[in-house]
Design a protein around this ligand. Structure first.
Ligand SMILES: [Zn+2]
Length: 216
């Protein structure tokens, strides 16, 4: 996360002071939350707790002065941050995982449904075969008839039960996705839109947010 600080309006944090350079300094925060302040070859320099610095690790309680007298409120500068590139990049994994899980549920379901529906139909044939081998006993004939009647019913029941499971799994997956696939700044659900398409937009489309997703 990077915050550009200076007098020019294209900075993330505009410090309007005649002693501040157009592009004066850069404040970065890494994944561990460590803040690093860098002077961008400013005319009047950057000072942390009274000492001039070029690059220094700072904390929000440090006293930072740009040029001779502009006091930089670090907390305020951090709130001016609109750079959500790192957080947005992490959403690619969220989208890819969602799509692959969805495909897996759908294809597994189609296969199992067909299997359950088809398998019991084979049973009467198998039983019939056993009967022939056993020499046509009445008991086997009875069993064969019973299976012939029941098997398709069981097949249809199992198939239907399997088919009923998928919508619930897909619903659970979609619910989770709605929580995870959101703008890292404003929390708006991004819809079932491929990550790459969103990356092309570069910014969050919510007017009050406009979080930067991709640099450039
Ligand atoms: Zn947003």
């Amino acid at each position: 996360m990077t915050i550009k600080i200076g007098k020019a309006p294209d900075n993330d944090y505009v410090a309007d002071d005649p002693q501040v350079s157009r592009h004066h300094a850069r404040l970065t925060r890494d994944e561990q939350g460590i803040l690093l302040l860098e002077d961008l070859q400013s005319t009047n320099g950057t000072f942390v707790n009274g000492a001039q610095i070029l690059k220094k690790r700072i904390t929000p309680t440090d006293h930072v002065v740009l040029g001779s007298n502009y006091i930089l409120d670090i907390g305020q500068a951090l709130r001016a941050n609109n750079d959500y590139c790192e957080e947005f990049a992490a959403l690619k994994q969220v989208y890819d995982t969602y799509i692959s899980k969805k495909v897996r549920i759908q294809s597994a379901n189609t296969f199992r449904t067909r299997l359950f529906q088809a398998l019991p139909f084979a049973l009467p044939g198998i039983v019939g075969g056993i009967i022939s081998l056993a020499g046509g006993s009445r008991t086997f004939l009875g069993i064969s008839l019973l299976v012939a009647i029941c098997a398709p019913c069981i097949g249809i029941y199992l198939g239907a039960r399997q088919a009923a499971k998928a919508p619930q799994l897909l619903q659970d997956l979609a619910n989770r996705f709605k929580i995870d696939y959101v703008c890292p700044k404003c929390g708006a659900f991004l819809g079932e839109i491929p990550w790459e398409s969103l990356a092309n937009k570069k910014h969050c489309p919510v007017p009050s947010c406009k979080a930067k997703w991709v640099d450039g």
